[in-house]
Design a protein around this ligand. Structure first.
Ligand SMILES: Nc1nc2c(ncn2[C@@H]2O[C@H](COP(=O)(O)OP(=O)(O)O)[C@@H](O)[C@H]2O)c(=O)[nH]1
Ligand SMILES: [Mg+2]
Length: 358
């Protein structure tokens, strides 16, 4: 290994970006390709050397810094140890491929971390041997893909700093021809030493002490701080939410109490009005009753007066009758007396022999 006809190219990038698929296409290897949401076995694997345009090429497949089963530190240990070992065996890299899915509509935290780690592993001086390979073009509308590519290439927080230092952008269309076109790009490169290889092999640093290790630690700290910040933000929002709920509940309670108070007052007012109405009604009833009693008393007085007058009249009539009876009796007695006298006269006349009718 390490002779001028042989070429070693490392393929890096986040999990699921198509590293193993690319290597399988380019080298005819049979590395396991992801089929689900979880990543495959996270190992650094080397393709069998294959011949391409008169050169012998070896491709190194690396796991991403977002593995389902291994920590980022374990991944860095794997990559660092493999690269430093191959460097010791004089296997320098002629190319480094960084795979990126053009179908990703956003460069999320995972993509950013992978790219940051990639930069720290390589070191600025190797960027001329770097190719950023975009794939999965079939998954995105061409116009949108081109716009994304432009943004990736020109944004200072994305690929621009690496491109500015000599890296290239290539497209992969998931075909053998496309993979070959990418490989051919590296044929004239001079082998380089990655920063992590220099740090481990020449500077005797442990993997953790390398720029990538420090980056990872800082990243971890940043992640922790970010997590802490997010947690505190979450707590703050939760506190705000609870306070808001409490305020709303208090307001609700206040409204309920106020409504109940108003209803109670309205009820009291209603009762008061009903009582006053009842009082008015009773007073009216009493007044009418008194009026009726007065009328009755007046009528009774009138009737008593009438009765008195009638009794008086009756008494007068009775006395009148008695007087008339008395007069009638006297008249009767007088008439009887006169009749008696007349009879006696007649008898005397008869007795005397006379005739009164001659
Ligand atoms: N459409 C499309 N799918 C791809 C391409 N490359 C890989 N894949 C799919 O992406 C998934 C992850 O691929 P894999 O090679 O395991 O990614 P790795 O984790 O980076 O090694 C698999 O389902 C592949 O079939 C590509 O260029 N186009
Ligand atoms: Mg893979």
């Amino acid at each position: 290994m390490g002779d001028s006809s042989s070429l070693t190219i490392a393929v890096m990038g986040a999990t699921g970006t198509g590293k193993s698929s690319f290597i399988n296409l380019a080298s005819g290897s049979g590395f396991e390709v992801g089929t689900g949401l979880l990543s495959c076995t996270a190992e650094v694997q080397t393709s069998r050397p294959f011949h391409f345009m008169g050169r012998e090429i070896t491709l190194i497949d690396t796991p991403g810094f977002d593995d389902s089963f291994k920590s980022d530190h374990e991944i860095l240990m794997l990559i660092g140890e493999h690269l430093s070992q191959s460097y010791r065996e004089n296997q320098k890299l002629s190319g480094i491929i960084y795979m990126h899915r053009i179908s990703d509509f956003k460069m999320n935290g995972i993509s950013r971390r992978n790219f940051t780690m990639f930069r720290s592993l390589c070191g600025e001086s190797t960027f001329r041997n770097v190719a950023i390979v975009t794939n999965m073009w079939g998954e995105v509308n061409e116009e949108r893909g081109v716009a994304r590519l432009e943004e990736l290439a020109t944004s200072p927080v994305l690929f621009k700093p690496v491109l500015d230092k000599g890296a290239t952008m290539l497209r992969h269309y998931n075909s053998k021809e496309s993979a070959d076109a990418i490989l051919s790009h590296f044929l004239d490169n001079h082998p380089i030493t990655l920063q992590i290889q220099d740090e481990i092999v020449h500077q005797n640093k442990s993997v953790s002490e390398t720029s990538a290790g420090v980056e990872l630690e800082e990243d971890k700290q940043m992640l922790l701080e970010e997590e802490k910040r997010k947690y505190e933000e979450h707590l703050r929002q939760e506190k705000e939410r609870l306070e808001r709920i409490q305020r709303e509940q208090e307001e609700q309670r206040r409204i309920e109490v106020e409504t109940a108070r108003r209803e109670h007052e309205a009820k009291l007012e209603r009762h008061k009005m009903e009582r006053e109405e009842e009082k008015r009604r009773l007073e009216e009833q009493r007044r009418q009753e008194a009026e009726r009693t007065a009328q009755l008393q007046r009528r009774m007085a009138q009737e008593a007066a009438a009765r008195f007058r009638q009794e008086k009249e009756e008494e007068r009539l009775r006395e009148e009758i008695q007087r008339q009876e008395q007069r009638a009796r006297e008249e009767h007695a007088r008439l009887r007396h006169e009749l008696e006298r007349a009879r006696q006269e007649q008898e005397r006349i008869q007795n005397e022999g006379g005739c009164i009718i001659c």
